[in-house]
Write a protein that binds this ligand. Structure first.
Ligand SMILES: [Zn+2]
Length: 248
């Protein structure tokens, strides 16, 4: 599995749980021997301004978070491009799905997923996309940015019952007829994390569902890290999901 990441994501850029020390390390450790790592580079200003307003971009700059946020967005755009030909994961922070065009909250600054898909769309690499967001929290930022652009179908499964949740995911994917599938991969809905719903094997199952749908349609996929805060289980959950995403 190709993983786009960067040494700078190990830095503790704020005091929120997404930026906690050891979080990215726990994932890197679990992926040892399973992943090929490629360095992220920052997104271009045109990619950021295709999604965010100048006033929001300036507010992220004023908070001293522009460099780390633009690097996460760049990694997502790289993963999306690579994803056209092979499954690819952007191992990044800060996360992005609570970032709207003109504001953000929930440890997010720039919307990595929206920036990645807009990057593909504006470069003529896709006509349509499907986003599965299995983070515990509703991806309000991604929905607000992308739902009216006309080329993206968004799915935030909601059930608190893991079996029903997986059925929702499968049903959503079976209706997706698009050029690429992007996954906002948050792992905070795990039984040992904040949401207390999903098992580690469920992440593998969801990865596998995405892989199967991509195979049926002859398209690619990519994923971007969102939440996930229990460092004891986060690495294993990411690994399980990425195995599924490769059809394993
Ligand atoms: Zn979350």
């Amino acid at each position: 599995m190709l993983v786009i990441t960067h040494q700078d994501f190990l830095e503790e850029y704020t005091s929120d749980p997404a930026a906690a020390p050891g979080r990215i390390e726990s994932i890197l450790k679990a992926l040892e021997g399973e992943a090929v790592f490629e360095d992220a580079y920052p997104a271009g200003h045109d990619d950021i301004s295709a999604v965010h307003t100048p006033s929001h971009i300036h507010s992220v700059e004023r908070r001293g978070l522009y460099n780390i946020a633009v690097l996460a967005a760049g990694a997502a755009a790289q993963a999306a491009e690579k994803g056209l030909s092979e499954p690819c994961f952007a191992l990044v922070r800060p996360p992005g799905h609570h970032a709207s065009a003109d504001s953000s909250w929930g440890f997010c600054y720039f919307n990595n997923m929206a920036i990645a898909l807009e990057h593909l769309k504006r470069n003529g690499l896709i006509q349509s996309a499907y986003v599965l967001d299995f983070d515990m929290h509703f991806g309000d930022g991604t929905v607000s940015i992308l739902e009216n652009r006309g080329y993206v179908t968004l799915h935030n499964p909601e059930s608190g019952d893991r079996r029903v949740y997986l059925e929702e995911v499968e049903r959503g994917l079976s209706n997706a007829t698009v050029d690429i599938i992007g996954v906002s991969a948050g792992f905070d809905n795990h039984v040992e994390d904040w949401g207390r719903v999903l098992l580690t094997e469920d992440y593998r199952a969801m990865g596998r569902m995405v892989w199967e749908r991509c195979r049926e349609l002859g398209i690619g996929c990519f994923a971007v890290l969102e939440g996930g805060y229990n460092h004891q289980v986060l690495g294993a959950n990411v690994r399980a999901f990425l195995r599924g995403l490769q059809g394993m």
